[in-house]
Design a protein around this ligand. Sequence first.
Ligand code: HPA
Length: 273
Amino acid sequence: MDLYERLSKHKEFILSQFKFDRPEVGIILGTGLGGVADEIKSAVKIPYKDIQGFPVSTVKGHEGMLIGGELKGKKVCAMRGRFHYYEGYDMSEVTYGAKLLCFLGINTLIVSNAAGGLNPQFSRGDIMIITDHINFFSEHPLRGPNDERLGPRFPDMCNTYDKDLVKLTENIALDIGIKVRKGVYFGLQGPTFETSAEYRMIKTLGADAVGMSTVPEVIVARWMGVKVVGLSIISDLGLPDALEPINHELVLAAAGEASPKLSKLVVKIVERL
Ligand code: HPA
């Protein structure tokens, strides 16, 4: 089955379960955005394992699911549980969920992640609006034959993180009293955190934050013509000259602390889209 056929089959199945025929907004509930799922009204939840041919999550105790419902009067489809390249998935599987959200007909995709901060002005727990990215993954998600029905062979990456939506997000943050940073996200495969020399290199290359997700999903969304809003929780600081040990628990703890304000911000963004 080719990609188009697979997407079409899944679209038919998913829309037969949801209470609407087209979601307007897609949300990938990355680290720190789980709380948004609870705000979705009249939610229909479809576990990934019930979607035949959908990638299956390798993380124990975290059942991935699609959630379709209403958020602040908008029809949304959220993915709870994403697929990382470091888990061993091919790029086609890492990005399949994002492709499906776009294929369902969303206009805007909101993505979040936890990231290491490189900008010396950043603090742990800050929220960064992603203004651009640097793709440092070893495999490109659009490598291979291109289906022109989904997007162009050579996609433009000029306004990848929509400038108007960056502005909107900044204004909302100001209105609701949440301090936000702006910056460039550097995406790489992990799963190791970076050495001091690598943090220095990434900073030199022009990034403000670094993480192991988001970039592949954003690339396919832009390929498919969908606008993107990206948000990072700065979970640790990759300061090359004062690097401290980091582990997943510390990342999760920082993300958990920042999560309520990030969720609040995302709900407001959806309301004002
Ligand atoms: N590096 C890469 N990925 C991350 C980091 C980091 O410092 N923090 C959270 N995700």
